[in-house]
Write a protein of this length. Structure first.
Length: 288
């Protein structure tokens, strides 16, 4: 089975007509999130058009829960519902179910392969990973707790912070999404994905998350000019490293960090092919 892998389309920034068409034969399209900020149903439609009737696995990214401007009353749950409703509408029109929206450890089968999906979210406990020896972080407390506190202060600052924590994503309680809520969502998704991996399944097993499950691909950017010391925590976690080898899947597909990678950890091949990256490969197909 040949999987065409992509993520981070960010179609809110350009026309779907500019999406690079798949340049290789494939059997299943797998999209690891961030389709169309504020218009998640249009993102599902664009990805479905790329798949052209073939089975399609989509995992929502963080930007797929961002509302369309601060006056947009929709919550993260509303936007996820819009994605799922559009997939259901397209499936009903097709007369079968080519599109699966996977979140919170949900699983689906395509042929002999099982796909498990979840956003995975941000694990801010990695905030201090690059602090030692980082000149830009001189004077910061080097304890894990101090690094976490400093990173959260930075990303929630009204002037320099991340849009994710400044109101672009509105959860059900009406307050801006916070780093602590992201950490709780990470722990929840981690538990649900692990529970799915603990169920015996025949055939190849593929996990699809928006956030990366290991820090190595981000560590390659340590020390580069303009890359903040706290950046690993926003993009990745050590989830895969901490899984027992017997629970590790054959393949892990992710996105979020706008740089491609193709690495292995134990028995698991980990790949990303973000459209937003200059090195996006329209012919990138993984065989399982």
């Amino acid at each position: 089975m040949r999987l065409f892998v992509l993520s981070d389309l960010h179609l809110e920034k350009h026309s779907p007509a500019k999406l690079p068409l798949p340049a290789a034969e494939f059997d299943v399209l797998v999209c690891a999130g961030d389709l169309w900020e504020g218009e998640p149903e249009l993102g599902v439609r664009a990805v479905a058009a790329l798949a052209d009737g073939r089975p399609t696995i989509i995992v929502p990214g963080n930007h797929d829960r961002y509302r369309k401007g601060r006056s947009d009353p929709r919550t993260a749950a509303d936007l996820l519902h819009a994605m799922k409703s559009e997939a259901q509408r397209l499936n009903e029109r097709a007369g079968f179910q080519p599109i699966s929206i996977l979140h919170s450890g949900q699983a689906t089968s395509v042929g002999a392969a099982t796909f498990v999906g979840g956003t995975l979210w941000t694990d801010w406990s990695l905030a201090g990973r690059w602090l030692d020896g980082n000149l830009a972080a001189r004077g910061l407390p080097l304890t894990p707790e101090g690094a976490l506190e400093a990173a959260i202060a930075h990303v929630t600052d009204p002037e320099t912070g991340s849009r994710e924590y400044l109101g672009d994503m509105a959860p059900e309680n009406g307050r801006p999404w916070s780093p602590h809520e992201a950490m709780a969502a990470h722990r929840r998704d981690r538990g649900l994905i692990r529970a799915a991996l603990e169920r015996p399944r025949p055939g190849p097993l593929v996990v699809v998350t928006h956030h990366m499950p290991l820090p190595g691909p981000v560590d390659a950017y340590q020390g580069r000019e303009g890359v903040p010391w706290w950046i690993p925590a926003f993009y990745c976690s050590t989830f895969l490293e901490e899984l027992p080898d017997g629970l590790r899947p054959d393949l892990w597909i992710s996105g979020h960090f706008h740089a491609p990678h193709d690495v292995s950890w134990g028995r698991t091949r980990c790949v990303a092919n973000p459209v937003a990256a200059a090195a996006f490969d329209p012919s990138f197909v993984v065989e399982i």
